[in-house]
Write a protein that binds this ligand. Structure first.
Ligand SMILES: *Cc1c(COP(=O)(O)O)cnc(C)c1O
Length: 435
């Protein structure tokens, strides 16, 4: 980093402080992770200089011979990782990948059915402040409030809603849902009402790649994802279609110009539909991350992520916390703090003061506003990457409990912060540009 240090001391200073923050603190935001040095090196490379609009072998610019090789490697590895026939690795982000899904399958004004945003759904699944809610008509299914299915999706209710509104598309996927999805039943409902089925696996892609959760590929018409959450790659997005694409789609693609099949339709929605030049340095970096995810060690990593989340859920329950859905199948634990008399906003701020980073989160049937919320969401991907195991996660829950039991006690928070810094020194992360 010596070039940056000399050329721009101000930004170098920011980087130093951010690296220190990442090294010393406890990162429990469920959507975050720590990438390898190799993934970062591909991102911080001269490939950022290259314009490569189009696809490998069919570019609108000269000099793409090496960009083509990088993108083909990324595509081949993604296909192997997820067992699919078609992939587009160009979306700049999860939201961009989702925009290409809407652009391909929906016309403005069409109706889709997705998971209620207040029950764990994502902004791009119909929020009124997002393009998806502005251009399309969103309808929702949710999770159960009480009973044995509390916090879980009841598929009979999804079917009833689909039969009632007859959506053009049904979306699956969430930012704060702690249980697995029943893709086969979703597909049978989609077929019954003639809807497309779209899975947004942004959060769980790494766990799906590791074979630890149900596989959406054989059931969904289209799958979108980010690459930076459990998949532990660079900040970016991707689209995939399962094996035997045209059959999976169950219908022939509408022909338009040179476009012959669904893959080509989605390709043209990404570029020129909604993006210009792809970020070739990020695509190369995705290739590096996919190779890491293909290694056996990534399966062990995913198993640890899930085991650690289960341990956290159990520890919270033992300490009298209300864990939504009573536990977790994945990397997320969602805690309803209403019985503890503390809001998500206060909890987030108190934990942040102790260098424990979590986010406040709406819980199903929340009575607070989205800015205040009644819950917090915690996740294990980042600290599992640092090597923490069950004992550490038990200790983490004890420390969180200490803060939340007395959220305005500064002495208490300072002592928890000391314990966190002590703990993280045993799990080295990045050894460069530290202040
Ligand atoms: C994170 C997330 C996204 C958006 O990803 P960005 O890269 O931030 O645009 C989309 N869908 C779901 C379900 C997510 O959790």
């Amino acid at each position: 980093m010596s070039h940056l240090q000399q050329a721009d001391p101000q930004i170098f200073d920011v980087l130093q402080k951010e690296v220190d923050r990442q090294n010393e603190g406890l990162e429990l935001i469920a959507s975050e992770n720590f990438v390898s040095r190799a993934v970062m090196q591909a991102m911080g490379s001269p490939l950022t200089n290259k314009y490569a609009e189009g696809l490998p072998g069919k570019r609108y610019y000269g000099g793409c011979q090496y960009a083509d090789i990088a993108e083909n490697i990324a595509r081949d590895r993604a296909k192997e990782l997820f067992g699919c026939d078609w992939v587009n690795v160009q979306p700049h982000s999860g939201a961009s990948a989702n925009a290409a899904v809407y652009l391909t399958l929906m016309k403005p004004g069409d109706t889709f059915l997705g998971l209620n945003l207040a029950h764990g759904g994502h902004l791009t699944h119909g929020s009124p402040v997002n393009f998806s809610g502005m251009l399309y008509k969103s309808e929702y299914y949710g999770v159960e409030k009480d009973g044995p299915m509390a916090g879980r999706i009841d598929m009979d209710k999804v079917r009833d809603k689909a039969l009632e509104i007859r959506p053009k598309m049904i979306s699956i996927g969430a930012s704060a849902y702690t249980r697995d999805f029943d893709y086969a039943t979703f597909r049978s409902i989609a077929d019954e009402v003639g809807a497309f089925l779209w899975m947004d696996m942004a959060h769980t892609a790494g766990l799906i790649a590791a074979g630890l959760l149900n596989d959406p590929m054989p059931h969904c018409h289209i799958v979108s994802t980010t690459t930076h959450k459990t998949l532990r790659g660079p900040r970016s997005g991707m689209l995939l279609i399962g094996k035997d694409g045209e059959n999976t789609m169950g219908r022939v693609a509408p022909k338009s110009g040179r476009v012959k099949n669904w893959g080509e339709l989605f390709d043209s929605s990404v570029f020129p539909g909604m993006q210009g030049g792809p970020l070739m340095h990020v695509i190369a970096s995705k290739a590096v991350a996919f190779a890491e995810a293909l290694d056996d060690s990534f399966t062990t990593y995913g198993q640890d992520v899930i085991a650690n989340a289960s341990i956290m859920a159990d520890e919270f329950i033992d300490r009298g916390y209300n864990v939504v859905s009573g536990g977790t199948d994945n990397h997320v634990v969602l805690i309803d703090l209403r019985n503890k008399g503390i809001t998500g906003k206060t909890a987030e701020a108190a934990l942040e003061a102790a260098d424990i980073t979590v986010n406040k989160n709406m819980v199903p049937y929340d009575t607070e506003s989205p800015f205040v919320t009644s819950g917090i969401r915690v996740g294990t991907p980042a600290m599992t990457t640092r090597g923490m195991k069950g004992n550490e996660f038990k200790e983490i829950v004890a420390l969180i409990d200490r803060v939340l039991s007395d959220p305005h006690n500064e002495g208490n928070i300072t002592s928890v912060k000391g314990a966190i810094h002590e703990m993280t020194t045993h799990f080295p992360l990045y050894d460069f540009v530290t202040a």
